[in-house]
Ligand binder design. Structure first.
Ligand code: NAD
Length: 254
C-alpha cells in the first residue's frame, strides 16, 4: 500500500514511538490521526507545523466506548481508515514476589491492580483498537493494514509478568487476525521492538535496570523511535506481508 493520501490512526500517538510514526507518515503524505490520553493538541500542532495533514482525538484505549468513538471520528473526519496502529502501551513493572532478606518470607507481591492495568491497556486496548479499525475497514470495502505493537518482552522478561503476558497475547492476536481478515484484504502484522529511547524507557525504567539492559544490546545503543516507525512504514508498503512479527531489537534477545 502506498502511504501517500492514506488515512492512518495511531494510538498512543502523542509521544515516543507513536509520535515518531505520526511524524514519518505525515511527512510521507498520509492523513494522520493522533489518538492518546494526553498531549494530543501539541502533537497535532507539531505535525501541522511541519506541513502535515493531521487531526487528533483524546482516547483511552482500555475504554470500549472511547475506541468505538475514535474510529468513527476518523471515518467522519477523513472518510475512512486505511492503516491503524495499536501502539498505546504502559509499564507497571514489578517482581511476582519480593522476599524479605531477614525472614525469607514473602514481603510483597505484584498487585492485581498492576496486573490488570497493563492487561487493560496493552492487551484489551489492542483488541479494541484492532476490532474497531477492522470493522470500519470491512464496512468501507477497501484494503487495510493493522499494525500491533508487541515487544521483545513477549518471550518473558524478569520483572515483567504483566507486560510480557500482554505482549505475548498481542503477538497471538496478530497471527489470529491475519488469518481471519485476509479475506477482507486486511493485512495484520506485529512489531516487537527491543529497547527504544522513548519516555517509557528513559523515564519509567529504573536507571540501574536501563544500564543493565544496554550491556545486553549487541549494537551497543538503544533504538531510535524512528527506526520503529521505519519498520511500520515497510509493513504498510509491502503487500505480501501479513501474519508476521518483526523484531527490531539491535540484535538483543531475551
Ligand atoms: N520503548 C521501548 O523500548 C519499547 C519496547 C518494546 C515495545 N514498546 C511498545 O511500544 C509502544 C509505544 O511505547 P513508547 O516507548 O513509545 O511509550 P511512551 O510511554 O513513550 O508513549 C506511549 C504513549 O501512549 C499513551 N498512552 C498510555 N496509555 C494510554 C491509553 N490507555 N490510551 C491511549 N494512549 C495511552 C501515552 O500517553 C504516550 O503518549 C508501547 O506499546 C510499548 O509497550 C516500547
Amino acid at each position: 500500500m502506498e502511504i501517500k493520501d492514506k488515512v492512518v490512526v495511531v494510538t498512543g500517538g502523542a509521544a515516543g514511538i507513536g509520535f515518531a510514526m505520526c511524524r514519518r507518515f505525515a511527512a510521507a503524505g498520509a492523513k494522520v490521526v493522533v489518538a492518546d490520553i494526553q498531549g494530543v493538541d501539541e502533537a497535532v500542532q507539531a505535525l501541522k507545523a511541519a506541513g502535515g495533514v493531521a487531526a487528533g482525538r483524546v482516547c483511552d484505549v482500555s475504554q470500549e466506548s472511547d475506541v468505538v468513538a475514535l474510529m468513527q471520528h476518523v471515518v467522519d473526519t477523513f472518510g475512512g481508515i486505511d492503516v491503524a496502529v495499536a501502539n498505546a502501551g504502559i509499564l507497571r513493572d514489578g517482581l511476582l514476589l519480593k522476599v524479605d532478606k531477614e525472614t525469607k518470607k514473602v514481603a510483597s507481591v505484584l498487585t492485581l491492580e498492576q496486573w490488570q492495568r497493563v492487561i487493560d491497556v496493552n492487551l484489551t486496548g489492542v483488541f479494541l483498537t484492532g476490532r474497531e479499525a477492522a470493522r470500519q475497514m470491512v464496512n468501507r470495502g477497501r484494503p487495510g493494514v493493522i499494525i500491533l505493537m508487541s515487544s521483545i518482552s513477549k518471550e518473558g522478561n524478569f520483572g515483567q509478568t504483566n507486560y510480557s503476558a500482554a505482549k505475548a497475547g498481542v503477538a497471538a492476536l496478530g497471527v489470529t487476525w491475519s488469518k481471519e481478515l485476509a479475506r477482507f484484504r486486511i493485512r495484520v502484522n506485529v512489531i516487537a521492538p527491543g529497547f527504544i529511547g522513548t519516555p517509557m524507557v528513559l523515564k519509567d525504567m529504573k536507571p540501574e535496570a536501563l544500564e543493565a539492559v544496554k550491556k545486553q544490546i549487541p549494537v551497543g545503543r538503544l533504538g531510535d523511535p524512528d527506526e520503529i516507525a521505519h519498520a511500520a512504514h515497510f509493513i504498510i508498503e509491502n503487500d505480501l506481508l501479513t501474519g508476521s512479527c518483526i523484531a527490531v531489537t539491535g540484535g538483543m534477545r531475551l
